[in-house]
Design a protein around this ligand. Structure first.
Ligand SMILES: NC(=O)c1ccc[n+]([C@@H]2O[C@H](COP(=O)([O-])OP(=O)(O)OC[C@H]3O[C@@H](n4cnc5c(N)ncnc54)[C@H](O)[C@@H]3O)[C@@H](O)[C@H]2O)c1
Length: 314
């Protein structure tokens, strides 16, 4: 059994949805948990101290250890306050679960610069800020693990341009943090979850796929089986000191877990390439056979340089 005795975890956005079940699972396995939640509406507006405190009460009632923090992850001051809460209450930080998120489902171009700012500052900025504030403590921990929460929105949707841009940015953040953490033994991974929370409500246009399932199925629907607890099992695995994975993205929902990865095709090359050459060879350029999965930029650069075409005259 994967235990967290003696470890301190920060879970952002832990007052509701998946963050709540991540925190409950870690606490039930011995972690001391900072329950961070601003408590706002789904689009990020407003604030309420109630959700964070309710989860703290739930953990304490079950015999666990937790403290509440209602700072926003979206500012450096908020992130520093969250980490200060952990250090004051528990003396350090071993695990950061970046889960806090908002949803602003608007079509493009109705979605405005304000939507983009808000999504970038909560998802991308929040994960950057909290991980950065916790980093000096993670470096000192013998079991430092960071989890970031991306989304299948990065695959594309007409409703999620601002949200998907921020979630896509998290992949770059996570992979680069994995690089920064390597020398300190800090493992950094991402989840792309799908779970029945207020964010996945089938009545929201962006979730029309889930709505179709609800209508098509009789009895408990596929949507009903997307339990937040299933996602927390993946988070606990990634947060545990035994997890050696780093820089990876795990897709998860309803108990299914899979790896999402970035790959490059073998491509096509000619030193004096013309637009016509590209048009004529687009099939080969996009051919997924023998695709290559880069480990990091150093390994990738070797792969890339070896394939830079020689000039025809040489
Ligand atoms: N539900 C899904 O199917 C799904 C799919 C893909 C990704 N996600 C991501 O999973 C994470 C959790 O989402 P959820 O579905 O549990 O949603 P949720 O709305 O139930 O929970 C998110 C929590 O984050 C908190 N939060 C928002 N902004 C904050 C801020 N600035 N500082 C601190 N707390 C803040 C909210 O108050 C809320 O309690 C989010 O990052 C979301 O984008 C969810």
């Amino acid at each position: 059994m994967l235990e967290f005795e003696g470890r301190t975890a920060i879970v952002t956005g832990a007052g509701r949805g998946m963050g709540r079940t991540h925190a409950l699972l870690l606490a039930s396995r011995g972690a001391r948990v900072v329950i961070n939640d601003l408590g706002g509406a789904m689009d990020g507006t407003g604030a309420d101290a109630g959700p964070a405190q309710a989860v703290v009460d739930e953990i304490r009632a079950a015999g666990g250890t937790a403290v509440a923090d209602t700072s926003s992850v979206a500012t450096t001051e908020g992130a520093e306050a969250i980490v200060a809460t952990a250090v004051e209450a528990f003396g350090g930080v071993d695990i950061v679960i970046n889960n806090a998120g908002i949803l602003t489902p608007h079509t493009f171009p109705d979605t405005g610069a304000e939507d983009l700012d808000r999504n970038l500052s909560v998802h991308l900025g929040g994960s950057f800020n909290v991980t950065r504030a916790a980093w000096p403590h993670l470096v000192k921990s013998p079991a430092a693990r960071v989890v970031l929460t991306t989304s299948c929105a990065l695959f594309g949707s007409p409703f999620l341009v601002a949200y998907g841009a921020a979630k896509g940015g998290l992949i770059g953040l996570g992979r680069n943090l994995a690089g920064a953490g390597a020398e300190h033994g800090i493992k950094v991974n991402l989840i792309a979850p799908y779970a029945k929370t207020r964010m996945a409500d089938p009545d929201i246009d962006v979730n029309e796929g889930a709505r179709t399932e609800v209508v098509a199925d009789e009895g408990p629907t596929v949507f009903d089986r997307l339990l937040p607890e299933n996602i927390s099992a993946v988070v606990a695995f990634l947060a545990h000191e035994s997890c050696e994975l780093t820089g990876e993205v795990l897709s998860c929902g309803g108990g299914r877990v899979a790896r999402i990865f970035f790959a490059e095709t073998q491509g096509y090359g000619k030193a004096d390439v013309t637009p016509e050459d590209i048009a004529a060879n687009i099939g080969q350029i996009c051919d997924e056979r023998d695709y290559y999965v880069p480990e990091d930029i150093t390994v990738y650069t070797t792969f890339f340089m070896e394939r830079v075409p020689e000039p025809a005259s040489v």
